[in-house]
Design a protein around this ligand. Structure first.
Ligand code: ADP
Ligand code: MG
Length: 697
């Protein structure tokens, strides 16, 4: 187990001068042990290692200056201030104090020498420093600092000088007992991956020598920062891998006998599978046949046909005498899947059940009973499926649809669902968010990845146009025209001020307006505040062609499938992320006719918004859109990293350190091959005790 010995594992209270109150303040910064102090890295630095000639000072720069007082006077401008004029051989500078005491004023006698530190700015008298830190110099001036001054993330009541002193103590302990903080990236790995040694990195970052490259340090590209970022990313990967190992320690039902049922299902379908679907199904089939739980992510662009892949996988489980479950992120989507599975599976003699939070009373009890005694062979629902009071008789496969935000912890929790049978279910996660491979490997190191990289034949790419709101009447005519030709349309109202209630109101108002403008059309409305049964009825009517136009909020974002709909209007698209727009747009272009998407924006657009809408006009390739989205919004937003844990990183930054990502997998592999015992301490060092615990094998 952990070898991080006492000296550094010890609580901060073991340091000189640290009592109860300070311990608490430190814990607000997530600093509990002495080692935590070492990993509390500066946000930035001040250079007090040299004296800058006044003549070379630039506005906006912090510097130490030294000079002779020429004059000191109280001036009354907009605010009264004490102005001290300072001269060295190279130029003149003013120190300005808005708050000052008479004693202070007395100090600055002409001819006395002053050393000051602060940020120069352009002021009324030329370059000025407001409220510098300063001291009057006696005959011999004290030396300047011998390393850059770190500025740490601080907290109320805990200031820089205090933090600095504590970290100095921690560094001294490290020097006394270097073995107490092992460098788990051992010399062989360091030379192979060209990484500096841990202790040197910590010293360099807490007390950078004056000759260090300040730009590199500030931008986070210094080798020391990069080494620590790499170690942190490595720890994340190791923790995901450990979760995977833990799940896979359990047995899973080997499901090899699905072919008969699958063949009958396929003959029912009005189409044949694409090559990509077949390839992914082969990959899944190979996993399911093993007695180890599958942990697989299927990535496939909007409309690539993931639902059929889920259904085929479920049939393998059901043929093997197990139950299968499919969880969707929204009720609308769960309902749609339920209807699809019911239509597909009932002719095969398979019972399909439905469970969502809204299902209440006797119906809920009945469904739960059917899940528990195994009558329900296929269960579709929302996350209600995985709550504590739901017990499966023998769950063989759990499919999670459109939910890349599904965290590692939930995956662990799924183990328990299978416990009754003593087996852990196979897990299949499906997402339409294509993310670059290296990023996927970091975010989903616990999952194998399959990609459906082909759309079913006969789809015509959606044509996208952007129009300002004032061209609304034109857009309305366009709807009239499309519907007269038997096509259907969506009108999507986007979120206003993060309020679902307001969003629904806006959708209602838009519906009323469109009913008035288009009296000959049947207009429906669906939003998040409607009862599930109401929503389902509206969706059903739209699907059956009884409604021409569906006004909706972004609840229809994921998965809704009505091939006859060929026109989509998105109001205020500038409010949405690119991936979300792509998902929405994916609701059209599902049939053979040419589909259109109108982005009805609210001018004026920022440059950023213009760029985003241009991307939507230019491409329908989900992968390119995702890359652009990453570039514009950053990986945190796109991945929903909050739950994958990648958002809480201390040092690494997925954007800045993107080029490190492809070194993580080989490094993890090399480490596990040569020093597997390093894995747990590394996880604990970077992710904390808790992760260390759930990672224990
Ligand atoms: P997504 O991957 O976005 O979840 P869906 O599973 O909803 O996509 O499939 C989109 C549409 O494509 C559905 O109408 C589905 O029946 C249809 N589909 C799926 N696979 C094929 C195929 N191989 N050929 C033709 N149509 C297909
Ligand atoms: Mg889908």
């Amino acid at each position: 187990m952990s070898a991080e010995n006492k000296a550094l594992d010890a609580p901060v209270s073991s340091l000189k001068g640290v009592g109860e109150a300070l311990t608490q303040k430190l814990s607000r910064l997530r600093i509990d042990s002495v080692a935590d102090l070492l990993f509390h890295l500066p946000l930035r630095y001040q250079d007090r290692t040299r004296i800058t000639p006044i003549g070379t000072l630039r506005a906006g720069h912090e510097a130490v200056v030294e000079g002779e007082v020429v004059a000191a006077e109280v001036v009354s401008g907009r605010r009264r201030s004490l102005l001290v004029r300072l001269r060295d051989g190279s130029g003149l500078l003013s120190l300005r104090f808005f708050h000052f005491s008479p004693a202070q004023q007395q100090q600055f006698q002409p001819g006395s020498r002053v050393r000051g530190f602060g940020e120069a700015r352009a002021g009324a008298t030329g370059l000025e420093i407001y409220h510098p830190e300063y001291r009057l110099l006696k005959a011999d001036a004290p030396p300047v600092e011998d390393h850059l001054t770190p500025i740490y993330p601080a907290t109320e009541g805990l200031h820089q000088t205090r933090l600095r002193a504590l970290i100095e103590q921690a560094l001294a302990r490290l020097d006394d007992a270097p073995e107490a903080l092992p460098d788990w990236i051992t010399p062989d790995l360091r030379s192979r991956f060209r990484l500096p040694e841990l202790h040197r990195c910590l010293h360099a970052l807490h007390q950078p020598p004056p000759e260090i490259d300040p730009e590199q340090l500030a931008s986070g590209h210094h080798p020391a920062t990069r080494r620590l970022a790499l170690e942190e990313l490595l720890a994340h990967r190791l923790s995901l891998q450990t979760v995977r190992l833990r799940i896979q320690e359990d047995g899973a039902p080997a499901l090899a006998s699905g072919r008969g049922l699958q063949a009958r299902f396929l003959t029912q379908l009005p189409f044949s599978l694409t090559a990509a679907q077949r390839r992914v199904l082969d990959e899944i089939g190979a996993d399911l046949a093993r007695e180890v739980p599958m942990l697989r992510l299927v990535q496939g662009d909007v409309g690539s046909g993931k639902t059929v892949v889920a259904a085929m996988s479920a049939l393998a489980a059901i043929s093997g005498g197990c139950q299968a479950a499919m969880m969707a992120p929204t009720e609308i989507l769960a309902e749609q899947h339920y209807r699809a599975f019911k239509a597909w599976f009932t002719p095969l003699g398979i019972d399909v059940a439905w469970l969502a939070g809204k299902l209440k009373g006797k119906a809920r009890l009945d469904t739960k009973a059917a899940i528990q005694d195994g009558r329900a062979q296929m269960v579709v629902g929302t996350h209600a499926l995985f709550q504590d009071d739901v017990h499966f008789q023998r769950l063989g496969l759990a499919v999670v649809d459109e939910q890349h935000r599904f965290g590692v912890h939930q995956r662990l929790a799924l183990r328990e669902k299978g416990e009754a049978g003593g087996l852990t279910p196979h897990q299949l996660v499906m997402t339409a968010t294509p993310i670059p491979r290296t990023l996927a490997m970091s975010a989903y190191a616990d999952l194998d990845v399959s990609v459906i990289d082909e759309l079913p034949p006969g789809r015509t790419p959606v044509k996208t146009v952007a129009m300002p709101g004032e061209r609304r009447p034109e857009v309305v005519e366009r709807i009239r025209h499309a519907c007269a030709e038997g096509r259907q349309a969506y009108w999507v109202c986007t979120l206003i001020e993060e309020s679902e209630a307001l969003e629904c109101q806006a959708a209602e108002a838009t519906r009323d307006e469109l009913v008035e403008a288009l009296p000959e059309l049947a207009v429906g409305l669906v939003h998040g505040r409607m009862k599930p049964a109401e929503k389902a009825a509206v969706m059903e009517a739209f699907k059956a062609g009884e409604l021409d136009l569906l006004v909706a909020t972004t609840v229809i974002e994921v998965g809704v499938d009505v091939p006859n709909a060929s026109l989509m209007i998105i109001e205020n698209p500038e409010r949405l992320g690119l991936s979300q727009l792509h998902q929405l747009r994916g609701r059209v272009g599902r049939g053979a006719t040419q589909s259109f998407c109108v982005l009805l924006y609210h001018p004026p657009l920022s440059a950023h918004s213009k760029e985003r809408l241009a991307v939507m006009r230019e491409t329908t390739d989900g992968f390119r859109i995702a890359e652009k989205d990453l570039e514009l919004r950053g990986p945190g937003e796109v991945l929903g990293t909050r739950q994958t844990g990648l958002a809480q990183m201390k040092i690494a930054d997925l954007e800045r350190d993107a080029d490190l990502l492809d070194r993580i997998a080989p490094l993890a592999e090399a480490l596990m091959a040569s020093h597997p015992e390093a894995s747990q301490p590394l996880i604990r060092r970077w992710l904390g005790e808790e992760a260390g615990r759930y990672g224990q094998v």
